[in-house]
Design a protein around this ligand. Structure first.
Ligand SMILES: [Zn+2]
Length: 262
């Protein structure tokens, strides 16, 4: 999956010729890069400016987007695999948020995570337990039939058709959306702490000689908290991929500044 990093230097220079103009009439120069693991991006913009950027989007948001792009492009096995990974990382985020909400210290949380990090079944078990403790009933989970389907795609080399991949994506979309909305509602401060920690991890990888990083986030499908039909989500992903491939930079999301996590 590729993302575009807008150049803040160029955005400041208002009147450059031959450039794409952003929604505010601001020149947007950008560089396309692959998603990188630590959320810290270094690149050089077409005008030669050094770009150092920290992407605020959480792993589950990026994975879900990667699944959407694969779905739109017809890489259906890959899309199912990314959707499944997005859900697992959402469970991790949720566990971290809920334990932070219960005042577990960050260091203890990291230590605890090491004992479950390698086994997703342990993580799922913890997620079910935590939610049951908080809500007094077990959470809605992936239906068994979908879980079987996922395993056959990931472990048995099954090629899904587009309807199967779409349905799987839709199910994951609903589960993720329901959970992030619940976390925003019940653990608002802990969500902010965890989101901030995520940014801090990237900040730690900065070098002394780096310019101040540009912080940005995209309004990705599950970063945007609005409940809407999954078919709309897919259509939007299709349109934004077309724009990106045509070389047009997406506006960095402003929704971050007024979303509940910041
Ligand atoms: Zn530039």
């Amino acid at each position: 999956m590729e993302i575009m990093i807008p150049c803040a230097e160029c955005a400041r220079a208002v009147s450059m010729p031959d450039n794409g103009f952003g929604p505010e009439g601001v020149v947007l120069r950008s560089r396309t890069v692959h998603v990188q693991e630590h959320n810290l991006y270094r690149a050089v913009c077409p005008e030669g400016h050094q770009l150092v950027a920290i992407l605020d989007n959480l792993p589950f948001e990026l994975l879900f987007e990667s699944g959407l792009e694969a779905l739109v492009d017809g890489y259906l096995r890959e899309s199912v695999s990314s959707f499944a990974a997005a859900l697992e990382r959402l469970y991790e985020f949720s566990i971290r948020v809920q334990l932070t909400g219960e005042k577990v210290e960050v260091n203890q949380l990291e230590l605890m995570w090491k004992s479950v990090a390698a086994q997703s079944e342990r993580q799922l078990g913890m997620y079910i337990g935590l939610r049951t403790l908080k809500d007094g009933r077990q959470p809605v989970l992936m239906p068994q039939s979908q879980s079987k389907f996922r395993n056959s795609v990931i472990h048995k080399g099954y090629f899904p058709d587009s309807a199967e991949a779409f349905n799987f994506g839709e199910m994951v979309f609903k589960l993720i959306l329901e959970e992030v909305m619940r976390l925003d509602e019940c653990f608002k401060d802990a969500v902010s702490i965890q989101t901030h920690l995520h940014r801090e991890k990237a900040t730690k990888s900065l070098k002394k000689e780096d310019p101040p990083p540009y912080m940005f986030g995209f309004g990705l499908a599950v970063a945007d908290r609005a409940d809407r039909p999954f078919s709309d989500v897919v259509t939007k992903a299709q349109a934004s991929m077309r724009r990106r491939r045509a070389g047009e930079a997406p506006p960095a999301s402003d929704s971050r500044s007024n979303d509940t996590r910041s």
